[in-house]
Ligand binder design. Structure first.
Ligand code: FE2
Length: 228
């Protein structure tokens, strides 16, 4: 990969193009903020594709949850985003899976991990947008968290999840989290879930993005503070 540009690496190039297409044709449900977010993501991806950057070397890293990746990809292939699933399959051995948190709550280290496709840390270097996948094991409860100054979307590619108990998002659904919006995710007991995520924000925010779980408060019925 050293010194090779995006155009020299068709697997990565197709992956980015497929993500661009998804953000171009994904419905917005009549929501102006979601439509604007989708447009900003695809415009950033379009600029990135045309810039044809040299890819960065990333160290390969695995996490226990990737034992569920095979199943998530197989299930996703039967669904509407099969093209993206196949594009992910083509590069899945070249990913750096990580937690992104200094302290991972006990038990969660086996239940989730994410891997970046493009962003400040590569492998496709990008300053305007971070794009990647997050994988959840069956039954995972991903604790409440928020992203300061970052607008986030999750697109469900395999399995199903719920966010803040406010709906069930199956394959093809998009979840939109504006900056600082606290969100907690639960995953089906029987299937893993694979989500594509996109982050937009100021360059410095994306560069220094930090994820911190929100601590449980004493005497609180609901284990995580969820905004109304
Ligand atoms: Fe999030």
């Amino acid at each position: 990969m050293r010194g090779q540009r995006l155009d020299d690496l068709p697997d990565w190039s197709y992956l980015l193009q497929t993500c661009y297409q998804l953000y171009r044709f994904q419905p917005s449900g009549g929501s102006e903020p979601i439509r604007t977010h989708q447009r900003f993501v695809r415009e950033a991806l379009n600029r990135l594709i045309h810039a044809n950057p040299p890819l960065q070397e990333v160290s390969l890293a695995d996490k226990p949850v990737t034992a569920h990746l095979r199943r998530a990809l197989d299930e996703g292939k039967r669904e509407r985003h099969a093209t993206l699933i196949r594009a992910i399959e083509a590069i899945h051995t070249r990913l750096h899976w990580q937690y992104g948190y200094e302290k991972v709550p006990r038990g969660l280290e086996k239940k989730f991990a994410y891997a970046q496709f493009c962003g400040p840390q590569g492998p496709i270097p990008a300053k305007e947008v971070i794009l990647g996948i997050v994988l959840f094991a069956p039954g995972c409860v991903y604790p409440a968290h928020a992203h300061d100054g970052i607008t986030e979307s999750y697109l469900c590619l395999s399995g199903s999840v719920s966010e803040n108990h406010q709906g069930v998002y199956a394959v093809g659904s998009m979840i939109f989290n504006p900056p600082a919006h606290t969100h907690r995710i639960t995953v089906s007991q029987h299937q893993p879930a694979l989500l594509l995520y996109a982050w937009l924000g100021e360059e410095e925010r994306l560069e220094r993005q930090q994820m911190v779980f929100i601590r449980k408060r004493k005497n609180q019925t609901c284990p995580f503070p969820i905004p109304p």
